[in-house]
Design a protein around this ligand. Structure first.
Ligand code: MG
Length: 379
């Protein structure tokens, strides 16, 4: 019987057959035990369609499902779980994620504790594929945490009681739909509203929500305001409506206008589309007031944690966001949420066929558990 205790004492010898999951759609074909006899990590993955509780409408399209690929890395009698969630607008698909994962060869590494080397290698395979990379990163972090027997919020030294409140997103819809959705958000202390349509539509949406509740609102314009003077006019209109900040008001590459807007703006500005990875952060100092970190944009927990350090050094506020994803990726992102000023981790609440149980929400606040790794169990 393989226990965590004897794993930590000795290196393991596990037979290949016992580690192969017959239900996996894909797994690495290389042997699980290397010729020298030492065990190797085994990566497997399969596609999964997340069903949305309500059709999700943002500027341009509506959808009822989200394509996902779920990953597992087995080693030492433990299984780490990971996930890639691919909203269509980001350019990844189940096919591209699976094609990427088929190129990942973990057999060249002797154990999962070589996490830095492993994930630098995974990142080097292609330029993009950030969600595919995140699915390996999350599974590896989950595995390493389980082998050590600690959750990542504890391994990083973060205070689990300091998690911020999380927002719940009100999508677009008719006045009646918006009013009903707003009333359904009772446990949430802060709402997120997607703007970026024409002026009348944007103002009507805010006014409709405000006719039902005076809770604080965080606005996400999703690059929708193309002109800096118009953007400033909208932000000034929002500034006496109990709005905390505006996320990505202008197109992502328009940093000169964005710096002007942040300078003039009575509300804080947060970069989402303008800030994908670690390398983006230094050029955003003075351009935005903060950044939105998402695992699927930045390749996972390893880079997210580096982004926290760099963004703080650049005096930027920190927000964690998500895609529509299962409790696997949400719980992974929640591990560093104690370091965040703002959280937007409602993605698992939007789907009806979650495959995991993990972090819970109490009074609109994320509650981290003490389960090792990313703190999830497969349902
Ligand atoms: Mg956003």
């Amino acid at each position: 019987m393989f226990t965590r205790r004897n794993f930590l004492k000795t290196s393991a010898l596990v037979t290949a057959g016992s580690l192969i999951n017959p239900t996996s759609m894909f797994s690495q074909k290389n042997s699980v035990v290397a010729p020298g006899g030492s065990e190797r990590m085994q990566l497997s993955f399969h596609d999964f369609e997340a069903q949305l509780r309500h059709p999700f409408a943002v500027s341009g399209y509506t959808r009822t499902t989200t394509p996902i690929v779920l990953t597992e890395i087995k080693y030492g009698g433990f299984t780490g779980y990971g996930e890639a969630a691919m909203p269509p607008y980001l350019g990844e698909s189940q096919a591209s994620v699976i094609a990427f994962l088929q190129r990942v060869n973990l057999n060249q590494f002797s154990n999962p504790f070589e996490l830095e080397d492993i994930l630098a290698y995974v990142d080097s395979i292609t330029i993009n594929n950030t969600a595919a990379k995140a699915s390996v990163d999350i599974a590896l972090h989950d595995l390493v945490g389980k082998l050590i027997g600690k959750p990542w919020h504890a391994l990083w030294g973060y205070n689990a009681t300091k998690v911020p409140v999380t927002t719940f997103t009100i999508g677009m819809g008719t006045e009646k739909e918006v009013r009903e959705k707003t009333l359904e958000t009772a446990p949430f202390k802060v709402l997120k509203i997607k703007l970026g349509m024409d002026e009348a539509t944007d103002k009507k949406l805010i006014n409709t929500v405000r006719s039902v509740t005076d809770k604080p609102i965080r606005v996400d314009a999703n690059q929708g305001w193309k002109d800096k003077h118009y953007a400033l006019k909208m932000i000034e209109w929002l500034s006496d409506k109990n709005v905390e900040f505006v996320e990505q008001p202008m197109p992502k590459h328009n940093l000169d206008d964005m710096a002007w807007l942040t300078e003039q703006s009575p509300l804080l500005t947060i970069a989402d589309e303008s800030c994908q990875r670690l390398e983006d952060i230094t050029r955003l100092k003075g351009v935005f007031n903060g950044i939105n970190i998402k695992l699927m944009k930045c390749t996972g927990m390893r880079e997210a944690n580096k982004m926290i350090t760099l963004a703080r050094a650049c005096d930027l506020k920190l927000m964690v966001g998500c895609m529509t994803e299962t409790s696997c990726a949400i719980s992974a992102a929640a591990q560093f949420s104690p370091q965040m000023d703002y959280a937007d981790l409602d993605g698992n609440l939007l789907i009806s066929n979650d495959q995991f149980s993990g972090v819970k929400l109490v009074d609109g606040r994320i509650v981290l558990n003490n389960e090792p790794g990313i703190g999830v169990r497969k349902l």
